[in-house]
Design a protein around this ligand. Structure first.
Ligand code: SF4
Length: 248
């Protein structure tokens, strides 16, 4: 994987989401893309990007187990913004081998099997989606989960060759996200109106009750909260001091 290390401005952490996106586009275009599952944060970022550039690259991962409503919003966004959305699928032979050996619902057996399914259906395709990029944009927010509490607006994605990972909404609240969606009439996943703050694969996502943790509906049968990540965003990543990276 190619990478392009750049100096990250100290002030980026106090910049607004629009300022972070502007810096990222100026620094990395055209070797930058947004990776999204089309939840509320993702559609906000697509709208912000579309206001700045008509060359926005958007990719998503189709695990083969998504909710019907997720396909609906992917299509609504494609039409609204005139985007060519790049859809990455898992490798057929690998999925066939996994389901033959462990069953189609292996994720219910153990955390290990669930992570195996996520690795094959999500993490491997993400690696292919990022090939050739110097940066990617994600919709992470610190208040989404304990594992995301230290997300920075720009950090180095060590799991993907040291490219930059940009999270412009890191300090946004859930209310901020919905204020933006409503103010700009952005299409969104209908499941959000049915109690789904976090939306993943159909068999692994349920609605949450008022006051429940936003990610309580993901793999709800698992007890350990810290395990509730699929491997796309593996916990806190270290941001090197600006002096530790090479200016472009
Ligand atoms: Fe498999 Fe569930 Fe992970 Fe989707 S969320 S990849 S179905 S374990």
């Amino acid at each position: 994987m190619q990478s392009r290390h750049v100096a990250i401005p100290d002030e980026i952490e106090s910049a607004t989401a629009e300022q972070v996106l502007a810096w990222a586009l100026e620094t990395f275009q055209p070797r930058i893309a947004i990776g999204t599952g089309f939840a509320a944060e993702g559609v906000v970022l697509i709208d912000m990007l579309a206001r700045r550039t008509d060359r926005v690259r958007v990719f998503t991962l189709d695990t083969g187990r998504l909710m019907p409503e997720t396909y609906d919003v992917i299509e609504a966004i494609r039409q609204r913004y005139g985007l060519e959305i790049e859809v990455f699928f898992p490798q057929t032979e690998t999925v066939e081998a996994m389901t033959r050996e462990r069953g189609v619902n292996l994720f219910l057996r153990s955390v290990e099997d669930r992570k195996r399914c996520c690795a094959i259906r999500k993490v491997e395709p993400l690696g292919r989606a990022l090939v050739g990029l110097d940066a990617w944009i994600a919709g992470l927010r610190r208040e989404q989960a304990e594992t995301r509490a230290e997300v920075r607006k720009v950090e180095i994605d060590e799991a993907h060759g040291g490219i930059a990972k940009v999270s412009p909404l890191a300090d946004w609240s859930w209310q901020d996200v919905w204020s933006y969606i409503r103010a700009h009439g952005v299409p969104y996943n209908a499941l959000h109106d049915l109690g789904y703050p976090s939306i993943g694969c159909a068999p692994c996502t349920r609605a949450v009750k008022p006051g429940e943790d936003p990610r309580a509906g993901r793999w709800w049968w698992e007890e350990e909260r810290a395990a509730k990540e699929c491997g796309l965003h593996p916990g806190r990543r270290r941001t090197p001091a600006p002096s530790a990276v090479s200016p472009s």
